[in-house]
Ligand binder design. Sequence first.
Ligand code: ADP
Ligand code: MG
Length: 340
Amino acid sequence: NSHLNPKYTFDSFITGSGNQMAHAAALAVAEEPGVIYNPLFIYGGVGLGKTHLMQAIGHQMIKLEPAAKVKYITSETFTNDFINSIQTRTQDEFRQEYRNVDLLLIDDIQFFAEKEGTQEEFFHTFNELYANSKQIVMTSDRLPNEIPKLQERLVSRFRWGLPVDITAPDLETRIAILRNKAKAENLEIPDDTLSYIAEQVDTNVRELEGALLRVQAYSTMNKEDITKSIAADALKSLKLNNEQNGLTINKIQSRVAKYYRVSVNDLKGKKRVKTIVVPRQIAMYLARELTDKSLPQIGMEFGGKDHTTVMHSCDKISELVAKDDEIKRAVNELKDELRN
Ligand code: ADP
Ligand code: MG
């Protein structure tokens, strides 16, 4: 019950320039937990293999040491468990559970942002494990010092060990990942087609896998169904274009960029300064409100961001519109203009 996904092993992890360092560090940690890099901090964009690599450490450790206690959780689970333990007065059990492990894998630590109580509790969990030379591995979509309102003492602890990043895979790695995946799933897709997918989808591994499954779906259809699917897709995009009066995400981006005096590239980019983040989130929110594009489609038009990022932005702006008059005014003004 370590909650590991059986597929996320070192064997199924393809290495390339974007993840070589992280892979080497993960292997070293699995072999000598608590000794070399503690904590190991893996960071990078969505769908690039952070969860996979982190869980591979867990599998490997259990393989080498079957009695090892490995615990994998997301930071949200940690937060929820912690809150529950307060409500049910079971904090002792909670502490037992988290501090009595040989390896703690804690995923997407950026969600500790702004959660004071949880950070406090995690600080003690961390110290206890660290003092006993137990290995801690964390992932995040950004560096510790870039996580909003993360206590300085946590930031500094997270830097005690090794921070390694994972970046998007290059073409060769993408092809290798697809071939490996196709083989593992027994998909009969020609190498040419795999290479074509790898060339077209250069954002992240999750989308690469999504594309592979879609192609696979087509390849098992009969000719008639393929024709129907293509027709449905074509008609859908035709209809959307007509309905939307030509309002595109591009137009929304230009208008928002002009309003806030930032560049469209900034809206599509990754800078996390507030003066860009808010306009970016507003642009995503408007794209969601004013077009029929799906969350993944919107994400694509914002430099290949994950659909959860778009969702989070929409939620954030809905929230702000309700409580911040300046944002409300800006959003309404932009909406009116774009509609006409
Ligand atoms: P993240 O946690 O960074 O968002 P995941 O670990 O969930 O990304 O990876 C997304 C998907 O891509 C998973 O199915 C994972 O197995 C796969 N994947 C990512 N990187 C690799 C890789 N280097 N080799 C094989 N599969 C990978
Ligand atoms: Mg993940």
